[in-house]
Design a protein around this ligand. Structure first.
Ligand code: ARG
Length: 457
């Protein structure tokens, strides 16, 4: 295959070299962006009098034809071209002849690929945001339904104090809301158009960079042509944001796995989101949650790979930068798939209200409240702590919960206990008394839920 740049060469490229150098196997997914960018470029060239209107119209028609044919599958993107840019240009020349040879005027593949990636990433960020939003809607739905579903809150994976399922889900709502914020920040910062930077030093043609930036819905053109062709910061930022999303999904997955385990049984994952064992008939495994947890590693890997690829690159474009694509594409595909699957698993999952509440009750999550009860009746906190500690020991030895004890028995530990102790240490009281903003008490939880509803609009 003749190369775009064949003029200076007297020998064919070695096949292994050709294959090693080529990027079409993975950059072909940029064909829409590549064609869109070329159309804007050509419109600008004609506006500036660099191309005639007739040439512009011929090129636009040719590019539109290529786009249609690729979408319909009548034109297959062939690995015989080095990259998607060569494929489109060569096809254009085949279709429309001489005018097609003028497409690349005032442009380099360096600013072209920088543009294609930015166009692609912009759309992918928006799609990822839609998925995050859907997950937030599902979380909010669970929150609204479970304001009174009591469960143990944990520290060190030891039952600590009672919370509600709404409160626990709210923690994830906060995480994924921050993730959306991060994506929005990246989008705002990256939205500058590199087209017109040429190979590295701009061009000698009178390009109107503001015009192409506007046509392609960028805020403005970039301000330094060397940086324009060698900036991959926004990809690193995106991989970092995706890594954080994956970290959140992975923590959530870990909890789902624990909650779905035979010992906990807080939740049951729907059959549609579980898998069986080929040998053990009783098994219903949480494979989706495990896969999401596992795939977190490859997204972190992509971030580390690109950071490392970029660290020693002198200005401006160097071929190392072609390595940005496979890792970024894979991380985005992985992140989007995980968000989709996780949301599906979560929205079909059954929560066992009774098991959760019983676990909180039997786990002495109301021990702090029992001590507070004594303190409110004049017992110094350190003594109250000691008394409730003895109560807990007594119950543990007999496999009971604090509120399974009779009043007479409670009084044998401290005469201060009265009939109202049972209300004071009920899960409902323990939770509803926690009324500081951000706590699980019903009144503040309802307020926070209203704010989340407003946020989602
Ligand atoms: N395939 C290249 C990349 O992904 C496109 C830019 C090529 N530029 C060049 N000077 N060889 O980075």
């Amino acid at each position: 295959m003749a190369q775009l740049w064949g003029g200076r060469f007297t020998k064919e490229t070695d096949q292994l070299v050709y294959d090693f150098n080529a990027s079409i196997s993975f950059d072909q997914r940029l064909y829409r962006q590549d064609i869109r960018g070329s159309m804007a470029h050509v419109r600008m060239l004609a506006k500036q009098g660099i191309l005639s209107e007739a040439e512009r119209d011929q090129i636009l028609a040719g590019l539109e034809g290529i786009l249609e044919d690729v979408e319909q599958g009548t034109l297959v993107i062939s690995p015989a071209y080095e990259d998607i840019h060569s494929f489109v240009e060569a096809n254009l020349i085949n279709r429309i002849g001489e005018a097609g040879k003028k497409l690349h005027t005032g442009r380099s593949r360096n600013d072209q690929v920088a543009l294609d990636m930015k166009l692609y990433i912009r759309d992918e960020i928006k799609e990822t945001d839609v998925l995050l939003r859907k997950l937030l809607e599902t979380l909010l739905g669970i929150m609204k339904e479970h304001i009174d579903t009591f469960m143990p809150g944990f520290t060190h994976l030891q039952k600590a104090q009672p919370v509600t399922l709404a409160h626990h889900m709210g923690a994830y709502f906060e995480m994924f809301r921050r993730d959306r914020g991060r994506l929005g920040d990246i989008l705002r910062r990256m939205n500058t158009c590199p087209l017109g930077a040429g190979a590295l030093a701009g061009t000698t043609y009178p390009l109107d960079r503001e015009y192409t930036a506007k046509l392609l819905e960028f805020d403005e053109p970039t301000r330094n042509s060397m940086d324009s062709v060698s900036d991959r910061d926004y990809l690193i930022e995106l991989l970092s944001a995706l890594s954080t999303i994956m970290m959140h999904l992975s923590r959530f997955s870990e909890e789902v796995i624990i909650w779905n385990s035979n010992e906990y049984r807080f939740v049951e994952i729907d059959d549609a989101y579980s898998t069986g064992s080929s040998i053990m008939p009783q098994k219903k495994n949480p494979d989706i949650a495990e896969l999401v947890r596992g795939k977190t590693g490859r997204v972190y890997g992509a971030l580390m790979a690109l950071l490392t690829s970029m660290k020693g690159i002198p200005l401006a474009y160097n071929k190392d930068m072609q390595e940005d694509k496979e890792q970024t594409f894979d991380a985005i595909d992985t992140g989007k798939a995980c968000l989709t699957l996780f949301e599906g698993m979560l929205s079909t999952m059954k929560f066992s209200k009774e098991v959760m509440e019983d676990s909180a009750r039997r786990g002495f999550t109301n021990a702090t409240d029992a001590a507070d009860y004594l303190v409110n009746h004049g017992v110094p906190f350190r003594d109250a702590h000691g008394i409730v500690g003895q109560l807990v020991l007594y119950c543990v030895e007999r496999n009971m919960a604090l509120d399974d004890m009779s009043l007479a028995k409670l009084r044998s530990f401290s005469p201060v206990f009265g009939e109202d102790i049972f209300t004071a240490i009920s899960m409902k009281t323990c939770v509803d008394k926690r009324l500081t903003l951000g706590a699980p008490g019903r009144a503040v939880m309802e307020q926070v839920i209203r704010e989340y509803e407003e946020y989602l609009g």
